[in-house]
Write a protein that binds this ligand. Sequence first.
Ligand SMILES: C[S@@+](CC[C@H](N)C(=O)[O-])C[C@H]1O[C@@H](n2cnc3c(N)ncnc32)[C@H](O)[C@@H]1O
Length: 475
Amino acid sequence: MKRKNEIVQLNIEAIGFQGISIARKEGLVYFVKGAVPGDKVNAQVRRKKKNHIECELAELLEPSPLRVKPQCGYFGICGGCSWQHLDYNEQLRWKKQHVLDAFQRIGKIEVAQFEDTLPSPEIFNYRNKMEFSFGNSRWLTSDEINSSNDISNKDFALGLHIPGRFDKVLDVERCHIQNEYGNDILKIIKSKAIDCNVTAYDSRANEGFLRNLIIRSTVASKEIMVILITNSVHNDEEQAYIDWYDNEFAKNDNKISVVGRAVNATRSPVATEKPIITKGNDYITENILGIDFKISPYSFFQTNSKQLNNFIAEIINRADLKPTDTVWDLYCGTGSISLPASKKCKEIIGIEMFEGSVEDARNNANSNGIVNANFICSDLHEKRIPELLSVLPKPDVIIIDPPRAGMHANLLNHLLEIGANRIVYVSCNPTTQARDCALLSEIYNVVSVKPVDMFPHTFHVEAIAVLEIRNPIHN
Ligand SMILES: C[S@@+](CC[C@H](N)C(=O)[O-])C[C@H]1O[C@@H](n2cnc3c(N)ncnc32)[C@H](O)[C@@H]1O
């Protein structure tokens, strides 16, 4: 057995479900963070788990030909894009492999057609939403620590939390996955804060003024929304900063369409107070497949707008909707699938438990003149859900896009009783998707699975599984 801190020479063979590289040697399985398949490494043992040994990459002895130079200077520190050093085609190949493994090993299901991962049209500058944090305890990089220069502004950072360290913030000058203009905004907001001598939030003491900066953007209308979250104003410097933000910053920048701010004086990292809008409307608008979606400061919207068009088009095409079809969209969120799908079917009923999303979905239906989409606010995992579903018009097609935990067994059993002709099961978690599809395969065949890359440089993957009933119950 290996001892803590022992160095082991390994050849990296694969990448596991959580995006961590794997090597096998002398009957043991090693997880090596930061390595890629094809690397020969010296790895340092950190923790021994039941079925594997967790290691750090201590020395890269021979780099894999699949490695590429990460664009981001914070790669390996920020934790956001842990695959930036892996060739993009390989990222796509491993995403497919993870979905395939889940269906074969967990679901143990035959899939007639397992397709390649749909690549994202852009692999940088693709995120339409970033939420940055201010912190009074800046994370110092090894370069800064090893440099002989004095370290400035140690008690002020605007950037991203270091993984596992809620109190430490990595100061970010440029984030390569956000809209390029967002990087200019980061700079302006930070340099003025330093000039005004205002403090960044101290999460341990629940003190300090500046807390979060949300930057959202849209592709179709090219709008930018900036929301600043602060603690309550306590002194003249803080008031001067707010005056600058509400007036000069908001009014002088023509590229920004919405400027707002909210106060969060609680210990909770999540702001709930509705922002005061000082410029523009309280939303920006994105267009997906001809439907306008209003996005308000805190509302949910998929973060890769360009790929979202392709993703939703794939879902709707695979649903193979007919003008006579009744469709259910379970876990419908703000209706980003239901509303474009409504154009292809007789009626669509969306069910979602979060009231704010149902409201957004209804408003988006109204403002787009859609009358055949109805939305119900309900918890799909409640016991009485079969009663609620049994009074709805019977579906020909069911679209399902559950959270990572997948579906509840009661709901799955009820779907087996309903027996819709076709189910399109969309998921961001192949493990629970495979488990649920295995249960549904009692009466369905899984005819195709298509992985989709919504999040380049991360191990996250979406997949669309199409299930067709073997013996139609009704027509
Ligand atoms: C992956 S998202 C689906 C997003 C949706 N397709 C959209 O376009 O906005 C999962 C959704 O399921 C909702 N949800 C989670 N648990 C639920 C439950 N028990 N019943 C109903 N909806 C639930 C979440 O609020 C979230 O909107």
